[in-house]
Design a protein around this ligand. Structure first.
Ligand code: NDP
Ligand code: 2IT
Length: 448
């Protein structure tokens, strides 16, 4: 049996009931097959793939907190410190009821390659909790964040592990987490990114993932003889990534016509009103039905099991920006049937393996999240740099660095796909380019 297949079987056997982790590993290992099989004995002898797929450290802990009724609640907390070959662990925290160890491991594994692709010195990690911030008061969110950090603080640090936001963790949560870290450690350091602008945050970090997604998409289209201006875009999600993807798409002359949340979706043929979307989701933290209530051109559709939501809308480009496995084979067929020619992932692993394969075989330009959503973590690394030099850069400075990073990422994966005989397969290109840097660093550092 080939080394790649052996390691995949081992991952499945040793990590039962973690289907998302298996899926992320399968996608990467399939891409690496051509690289590994060219030098299989050396990789096998060093157990490089086993070391790559086993986290360096997993911290799992209890988070007790008191709700507004005086009732004690208990949640599960996780931090997976996956790989520190090229820098301190770096990656977000997700607060969502669906969080379990397998979800955090898939996200941490993806983060290794994503962070490598940014070209910046950051290793891979991810954390989170099954806590649901929805419907909680600010005091409850603070109580939870303080309890979460009361355990996490001993495992992180500006040169060790630097968490940030992800689903359910935005500016409010980062503020509470930072305050508690500083209080316990008596140390003012860049231990988290996505911080507020008054206490060490970077301009453009809020916008970075969505903006970066569009910078990369624009470059991918340009290199394939297409222009983003005038194109109709279907976006899913209505959170941090989706909102700023929609905003930048409009700035580039495209027309995003959809967005979605966990309860339903919007079709707005006149184009999404970003100011209204921000008011509904960022300020009121309300459902998207409120967007439709305030805008006559918009249709609201309640989410229904078995229906395909935003992917049934006719579009040129699709940007899934909500969550994992939200775009399946049926959705991919609907997109292709409607003439969609490009898909770039804003979320982490939003497209199933079957859907990815179908899109690629149908000639759709497909960019995987570990490349196209890397602008968020890249700008987090720029926030770390600013914290280290105790300076703040202007919005334009950060934004232009972000743009350059996204263009470089696209060219790196494009070149890797060509070098290994898979031109146009950006999934393979991203996985190979991300892997080679990490593998070289791991080999140089010996058996650790
Ligand atoms: P947010 O919490 O800001 O927004 C998430 C959005 O997706 C919300 O609209 C939410 O709906 C919806 N959503 C979440 N889970 C589900 C679900 N299970 N089913 C249906 N809808 C769902 O998160 P982000 O925008 O930060 O993250 C979105 C994606 O982008 C995630 O995959 C994340 O890992 C990825 N990502 C984020 C980065 C960042 O910098 N924030 C960087 C790179 C990737 P509702 O409004 O109802 O909660
Ligand atoms: O998935 C991701 O890259 C993020 N949630 C951002 C991580 C970060 O450290 O900014």
């Amino acid at each position: 049996m080939s080394y790649v297949d052996e390691v995949y079987d081992l991952v499945v056997a040793k990590n039962p009931a973690q289907p998302e982790f298996h899926q992320a590993v399968k996608e990467v290992l399939e891409s690496l097959r051509v690289v590994i099989e060219a030098d299989e004995d050396a990789y096998r002898k060093e157990a490089l793939l086993e070391r790559l797929t086993v986290p360096e450290r997993i911290v799992q802990f209890r988070i007790p907190w008191v709700d507004d009724k005086g009732q004690v609640q208990v949640n599960n907390g996780f931090r997976v410190q996956f790989n520190s070959a090229i820098g301190p662990y770096k990656g977000g925290l997700r607060f969502h009821p669906s969080v379990n160890l397998g979800i955090i491991k898939f996200l941490g594994f993806e983060q290794i390659f994503k962070n490598s692709l940014t070209g910046l010195p950051i290793g891979g990690g991810k954390g989170g909790s099954d806590f649901d911030p929805k419907g909680k008061s600010d005091r409850e969110v603070m109580a939870f964040c303080q309890s979460f950090m009361t355990e996490l603080y001993r495992h992180i640090g500006a040169d060790t592990d630097v968490p940030a936001g992800d689903i359910g963790v935005g500016g409010r949560e980062i503020g509470f987490l930072f305050g508690q870290y500083k209080r316990i450690r008596n140390q003012y350091e860049g231990v988290l990114t996505g911080k507020g602008l008054t206490y060490g945050g970077s301009l453009a970090r809020t916008e970075a993932t969505g903006y970066g997604l569009l910078y990369l998409t624009e470059e991918m289209l340009k290199c394939n003889g297409k222009d983003i201006a005038g194109k109709t875009i279907a976006v899913s999600g209505a959170g941090n990534v989706a909102i700023y993807a929609i905003q930048k798409a409009q700035q580039l002359g495209a027309k995003p016509v959809t967005c979605s949340d966990s309860t339903g979706w919007i079709y707005d043929p006149e184009g999404i009103d970003v100011a209204l979307l921000k008011e509904v989701k960022e300020v009121k933290r309300a459902r998207l039905s409120e967007y439709a209530a305030a805008r006559s051109s918009a249709e609201y559709h309640e989410k229904k099991a078995g229906e395909h939501g935003v992917w049934t809308v006719k579009c040129d480009i699709a940007l899934p920006c909500a969550t994992q496995n939200e775009l399946d084979l049926e959705d991919a067929k609907a997109l292709v049937g409607n003439g969609c020619f490009a898909v770039a992932e804003g979320a982490n692993m939003p497209t199933t393996l079957e859907a990815t394969e179908y899109l690629q075989k149908s000639g759709v330009l497909f960019c995987p999240g570990k490349a196209s959503n890397a602008g968020g973590v890249a700008t987090s690394a720029l926030e770390m740099s600013q914290n280290s030099e105790r300076l703040s850069w202007t919005f334009e400075e950060v934004d232009s660095k972000l743009q350059q990073i996204m263009v470089n990422i696209f060219h790196n994966l494009d070149e890797a796909s060509k070098k290994y005989g898979m031109e146009g397969d950006y999934v393979a290109g991203a996985n190979i380019a991300g892997f080679l840097k990490v593998a070289t660093a791991m080999k140089a550092q010996g058996i650790v």
